[in-house]
Design a protein around this ligand. Structure first.
Ligand SMILES: Nc1ncnc2c1ncn2[C@@H]1O[C@H](COP(=O)(O)OP(=O)(O)OP(=O)(O)O)[C@@H](O)[C@H]1O
Ligand SMILES: [Mg+2]
Length: 247
């Protein structure tokens, strides 16, 4: 199973991805967590200490540092995972696709960048569950190339702009042949928010309520899955995990 999580900036993608990844791993899945944000911070949301996340070498940075160019063969995604993946709780392997540290003088549309952007799409998932926390907006969703068997979770807050990005993401995912698209009404204030979002997105929507426990964990730099597991938002993600596991 492969799951890509997309939505507008700040809509709650990483928070939800982190709890979902931990939940799937606790449910017995072998999970690869792909942090596709060039400002990676999924590690903290899955319960890793900041220092350990900082030791991770993202694929793009490693390839560029090794002098890899678009003339070189495309590296095998499993080989990249073995080299640059970081062990996380519950047997999860976390990998970051790239991190912006300085201006790049390399071509941005091929070679290493291409390898990086297409990592989610190219990683086989026959014996594991791959979950990608994508960069905000639609570009990363396009490059990640989810296919007909994959699941796309589209996260939206109640704001009109967040909902509009989510609507566009749903249409983009549909145009790529994705059949399992699920909306997440994050910070929702009740059934009206959920119904409104479902109508606009044209897909089924599940709620994750606005939850001070999530903010508390965020301020401490810890995973709400570890410190606030009984909170309403974490219970909503747990219900989502159960649903995905059954499916
Ligand atoms: N259900 C919720 N209740 C309360 N706060 C939340 C909830 N979901 C997310 N947040 C808070 O909203 C902020 C943004 O969340 P998060 O980083 O997960 O968003 P994101 O979509 O990954 O952002 P970015 O686009 O920058 O990657 C964080 O401070 C997080 O703690
Ligand atoms: Mg994020």
């Amino acid at each position: 199973m492969k799951i890509a999580i997309t939505g507008k900036g700040g809509s709650g993608k990483t928070t939800i991805a982190g709890a979902l990844i931990r939940g799937l791993a606790e449910a017995g899945h072998t999970v690869v967590a792909v942090d596709a944000d060039p400002n990676p911070n999924l590690g903290i949301s899955i319960g890793l200490p900041r220092d350990s996340v900082e030791t991770m070498e993202p694929i793009l940075n490693a390839l560029l540092a090794s002098g890899h160019t678009h003339n070189d063969p495309t590296p095998d995604p499993d080989d990249l995972l073995a080299r640059y993946g970081l062990g996380a709780p519950n047997g999860i392997v976390l990998i970051a696709t790239g991190k912006i540290e300085r201006p790049s003088d390399a071509c941005l549309c091929c070679g290493s960048h291409n390898t990086t952007r297409q990592f989610f799409g190219s990683l086989p998932s026959d014996h594991r569950t791959v979950v990608a926390d994508l960069e905000a907006g639609l570009n990363d969703l396009m490059w990640a190339r989810p296919g007909p068997d994959d699941t796309v979770l589209v996260v939206a807050e109640p704001s009109a702009k967040s909902v509009e990005v989510a609507r566009r993401a749903c249409r983009l995912a549909e145009s790529m042949g994705v059949q399992k698209i699920l909306g997440i009404a994050n910070r929702s204030n009740g059934p009206d928010d959920v119904a409104r979002l479902a109508e606009i997105l044209g897909v089924e929507v599940v709620p994750v309520v606005e939850d001070p426990a999530v903010e508390r964990a965020d301020h401490l730099g810890v995973a709400p899955f570890d410190t606030e597991s009984g909170s309403p938002a974490m219970l909503a993600v747990a219900a989502l995990v159960e649903r995905l596991v059954k499916a």
